[in-house]
Design a protein around this ligand. Structure first.
Ligand code: ATP
Length: 237
């Protein structure tokens, strides 16, 4: 079967700095795949390039049979590819409910907003209790969940998550990883960038290790979880 996301020879630059150097990888429908690697390895840049947010990039990105490279960023939304950046982009001055509404604002399915909020609230009980609260009054972890929930409003086929557990208290990290398991069960494909290597591998099917803009290793999550040598070499922060 064709992968849902197929990336071939992807390059990305910031000015003249060549940050992603010809990487190839794939994600099949229904998988959770983790991109690992030290700070500065190029993980965030890879996600941003997939989303069409880099001024200069090259290579092939095929998502659900569509060529994405060179296409405007908003096309991804309509093809049901979602992205939750590290900084979450929660809108201050709006409630949790209103932030969720934004997740469908550009969609042909806008009419289903209320029904989708009900559905999302069932998956995110913490948000359900706080729908009318001002969104930036949520804790960091709750805001992260809101960012994920908002992206899920559009029922993406695949979601790219950048360091969702960063700076979040442990009890919410546990909840968040359980949530990823549930999202997978409900059919969402996930590409995860995480420093929390053991946690990420424990819920992943496979992983790729990035180092200085190259993929230096790939394997099943179980293989990589057992390989402390590789983890120490490429994933120490
Ligand atoms: P981290 O976990 O620290 O976010 P990362 O693996 O996600 O690391 P990137 O953020 O993709 O790494 O950064 C890769 C390289 O690109 C780094 O050397 C970084 O300094 C550089 N870089 C990132 N953003 C920019 C930018 N806007 N302009 C110039 N260089 C950048």
């Amino acid at each position: 079967m064709m992968p849902l996301l197929q990336v071939t020879g992807l390059d990305a630059w910031y000015d003249r700095s060549h940050v992603v150097q010809g990487i190839s990888f794939e994600v099949h429908a229904g998988e959770i795949v983790t991109l690992m690697g030290r700070n500065g390895a190029g993980k965030t840049t890879t996600l941003r390039t997939l989303m069409g947010l880099l001024a200069r990039s090259a290579g092939q990105i095929t998502f659900a049979g569509h060529q994405l490279q060179g296409k405007p960023a908003h096309l991804r939304y309509h093809l049901e590819l979602a992205y939750v950046p590290e900084d979450r982009r929660i809108v201050a001055g709006l409630t949790v409910r209103q932030n969720l509404q934004l997740g469908l604002i550009a969609s042909a399915r806008r009419g289903e907003t209320d029904a989708m909020i009900e559905e999302i609230a069932a998956t995110f009980p913490r948000l359900k209790e706080r729908l009318e609260q001002e969104a930036t009054s949520l804790s960091g972890g709750e805001q992260q969940m809101l960012a994920i929930a908002r992206a899920m409003m559009a029922r993406p086929r695949m979601i790219l998550l950048d360091e969702p557990s960063e700076g979040i208290m442990p009890v919410l990290v546990d909840e968040m990883f359980e949530l990823f398991g549930r999202m997978k069960q409900q059919g969402t494909t996930i590409l995860l960038v995480e420093q929390n290597v053991e946690r990420a591998l424990s819920i992943s099917d496979r992983a790729y290790i990035l180092d200085q803009g190259h993929i230096v290793h790939t394997g099943t999550a179980a293989e990589l979880l057992a390989d402390t040598d590789i983890q120490n070499r490429y994933c120490a922060v």
